[in-house]
Structures are given as C-alpha cells and as structure tokens.
Design a binder for this molecule. Structure first.
Ligand SMILES: [Zn+2]
Length: 466
C-alpha cells in the first residue's frame, strides 16, 4: 500500500485587542522539520502515513498581529502546502485567538485557504487551545477537531495526539468524520474557568464520558478568549462524530452544561487589590500574581503599578519577576539609575530608581532596590517555571514574597503549595470585565449582559443540525 501523505503546521498565539504592541515576524518562533515532528510526537509510520512538517509559528501572547505579517505568513503556508503536491491529510496546530485588524476571523481565513489549496477530499484535522474562538468558517472547512482539556494547559501533547489519531483513523479506515459546534453566549477569563477548579473541573471530566457515547469521537468545550473585542468572541462546544444527529445531541448537552454553570464561574484563588494581597500574604513565603499585565494571556508585561506599592511599603524581602523594559536594561548596563514602567506602551506609572546592586544574566538585569529585587527583562517573557529562576541564579526561598505577572499560577508555582493571591490589576488583560471596552462583541453574552434565555443549536458550519 502506498504511504499516505499529510502536512503538519500552523500558527498559534493569543492577541489582546487592548494591547498596543503589534506582533510581527520577530515575535514568532518557528518550529520546523524534525523539531515539529518531535513536538507532535505521533507514530504516523505505524499508520502507513508519511508526515511532511512545514512550520508551526508560535509567540508569547501579545497584541494584535501585524496585518502584513499575517497575510505574508498565511501565503507562505499555502505555498508550502502547494509544493507538496496532492495530500491525503493536513494536521493543523492552531490556537484560535488571533486578532488582526480588519480580519474578523483570522483562523477561519487560514483554514479556508488551506481547504481551497488541498481540495474537498483531503482530511483536515485541527488542534486548538481551549481559549480559542470557533466560527462557521472554521467548522465548515475541517473534518476533525481536538482542543486542550486542561487550563493551565498540561495536555498539549495529548491534544496533538487526539487530532493526529482522528486523522490517521479517518485516512486508514476510509471515512470522513463530521464536526459540529454550538456557540455558548458566555465569555470569561481563563482564571474564572480553570479546569482544576469547579465548576469546570467536573464539566471537563464529563467530556470523557460523552466521548464514550456511540458515534462520538471527540468532545470539547471552548472557553473562548475574553480580551479581544470581536464579533466572534464566544464560548462553544465542539464535537467530532461519525453521525451528525448523535453529535448534535451531545454538542447541545455540553453547551447547556456550561451555560447552566455560568454563575458558578469564579477565580480559583483569593483575589482583590494589591493592598488586600499584602494583608493576606503575611506568611514566610507567599506568591502574588499581577494578573492584568500577564504576558502569557496577552498582557504587555511592562507595568510598574505593583512595584510602586511594594517600594513604598518596603516591608519585606520581595522578588518581582519580571518587568519588561529594554530601555531600563540598557540604562543599567551603563549605571545604576534607571526608569521603569510602561516602556513598551502598556501604561501605568513610570518610576525613576537607583539600583543598590545589579547583575546580568540571560538578557535580564537583576536589580536590588532596598528590600526589593526586580528582574528587568530586555524582552517580554513570563516567569512561571522554577527553571526560569534557577537560570538567573535566584533562590526563591531567600525571599518572603514573590510577585509574578500571571493569572492563575503555573503548575510549577502552584506545586510550591504556598499562600497565593491574584491581584486584579490594570493592564491589557484586565480581569475586571465590566471595565473593558465592549463595542464589537455580540449581544447578549454573559457576564457582559445578564440574561436567562438560551437554547443551544448545533451547526455543521453550513446549516443547523437537529
Ligand atoms: Zn490557553
């Protein structure tokens, strides 16, 4: 039997429409060749399938993608697919929360262009982040869909494997699955919908039970992305199935389950303003998450609001990791005076400070000002892994308080099992949804509007399936 040919690739990022920082080519890391095959880590050869890795471009979430870059990279992807000749399948790795000025549905355009290039017979299987958006344009052009089922995301590899397996089975057993979706008019932050906290923990567990129903291949609940003011922003349920009628029933059940639990959605950790946080964090070692400026959700990561309060209090040994400022980094290379805060356009106070001491490591300046140690980063980046601190020769236990730019804590920081508090701070990913501008989103959508009538419908992207 001749080997079947599939292409692998895509683009993944999360774009806050409230961020002034446009993402361009240099913001993306391009994973290609063997590295891309290693990332997907699926034994395609066992299915007599030959995978052709193209590119998977990925960035730290940020602001809108520069339109010219988006157009160019989409064109490049289609050219690369074209160069492979006839394909039996495509495995697309996407996120679902791109924002491009003037393009309402960037993933939809990307996927529709792929479909146009590969033709109607080719099987397209897609993997998404559960913080992505769904549209009819996406659904009508794909044949299988799998999204993360954990947030924080610890099942990235498993998700790639689910979408790879559906692709391989469809190709080898010669059938074409159906993908159905139901929009759910709920839109909250990832912090309000962690899958390790109720009600989402139970809802996501129930997806595995739905997967066992006959004719059902893969059930998903998408939380959506709240910090882009777009018409397509919504939660959704998405089911890959072998029978549309069975899929529609399950799709609507998942939609109802999330809708019925919407009022229970809440932060999985203590939250409030910075003053409440400092009152709460009295123990030997505690963690505060500065959530409004969290770069992994699309925040700029340059704000100094929290730093200002900490310096004024100067009450305990505190580590702030980190604040992005290329200009402060450059100043510190020359002397101990530096200005920090809002230097990438993220807003907030600008502070003129004098370092007591400074050392440099991995494009970071580690600065001591009184009792506070600040990691000034040349580039936008998170500090969510213990390795991030080790790499800078920082011993966390020599501090009483750690402040990171984060929403819910990453698995590494959560595993420290110390008191933690999420500050609902200002920034491009402000958790106070009532304060963010809301011009484009559909009405009604909870919690932007409170309403009670919702009857889910299941669609195959072209028509309603009843
Ligand atoms: Zn996500």
């Amino acid at each position: 039997m001749a080997l079947k040919k599939i292409a692998i690739g895509g683009i993944s990022t999360e774009c806050s429409s409230y961020s002034p920082l446009y993402q361009k080519k240099d913001d993306f890391q391009s994973i290609q060749g063997q590295a891309l095959l290693d990332l997907v880590d699926f034994p395609f050869s066992e299915f007599d399938i030959k995978p052709y890795p193209l590119f998977f471009n990925k960035s730290v979430p940020g602001g809108p993608i520069d339109r010219e870059y988006f157009t160019q990279i989409k064109y490049q992807f289609i050219e690369d697919i074209h160069s492979l000749g006839d394909l039996d399948g495509v495995l697309l790795l996407m996120h679902g929360a791109m924002y491009v000025d003037g393009i309402e549905d960037p993933e939809g355009e990307w996927i529709a262009s792929v479909r146009k290039e590969v033709g109607p017979k080719c099987i397209i299987s897609v993997s998404f982040d559960l913080h992505g958006q769904m549209t009819n344009q996406i659904i009508s052009n794909i044949d299988a869909f799998a999204a993360f089922k954990t947030a924080p995301h610890i099942d990235v590899k498993e998700t790639y494997q689910r979408s790879s397996m559906m692709l391989c089975k469809a190709l080898n057993e010669n059938y074409r699955p159906y993908v159905l979706w139901s929009a759910i008019p709920v839109l909250v932050s990832g912090e309000m919908s962690s899958t390790f906290v109720e009600p989402c923990q139970s809802i996501y567990e129930s997806l595995d039970l739905y997967n066992q129903e006959s004719n059902i291949l893969d059930c998903n609940l998408m939380i959506g992305y709240v910090w882009a003011d777009t018409k397509r922003a919504t939660a959704s349920s998405i089911v890959t199935c072998t029978n549309e009628k069975s899929g529609a029933i399950i799709c609507k059940s998942i939609a109802n389950l999330y809708w019925d639990n919407r009022k229970k959605l809440n932060y999985g950790m203590k939250s409030g303003d910075i003053h409440s946080a400092l009152e709460f964090c009295q123990d030997d070692f505690s963690i505060i998450a500065d959530s409004g400026d969290n770069p992994t959700a699309g925040g700029v990561g340059d704000r100094a609001d929290i730093l200002k309060v900490i310096l004024e209090a100067d009450s305990k040994e505190t580590l702030i990791a980190g604040i992005a400022s290329k200009s402060a980094y450059d100043e510190l290379k020359k002397g101990n005076q530096f200005t920090i805060g809002g230097t990438f356009g993220g807003g907030g106070p600008s502070l003129i400070l004098t370092a007591d001491s400074v050392y440099f490591q991995n494009q970071c300046a580690i600065v001591k000002v009184n009792k506070t140690t600040i990691v000034v980063t040349k580039l936008r980046r998170p500090f969510h892994k213990l390795k991030d601190f080790n790499d800078l020769k920082i011993n966390l236990r020599s501090f009483q308080l750690l402040i990171v730019k984060s929403g819910y804590l990453s698995p590494d920081l959560e595993n420290l099992s110390v008191p933690s508090f999420m500050v609902l701070s200002d920034g491009a990913v402000n958790q106070d949804l009532s304060s963010i501008s809301n011009k484009q989103r559909n009405r009604n959508i909870y919690p932007f509007q409170d309403f009670y009538d919702f009857t889910p419908q299941a669609s195959n992207g072209k028509s309603i399936v009843s």
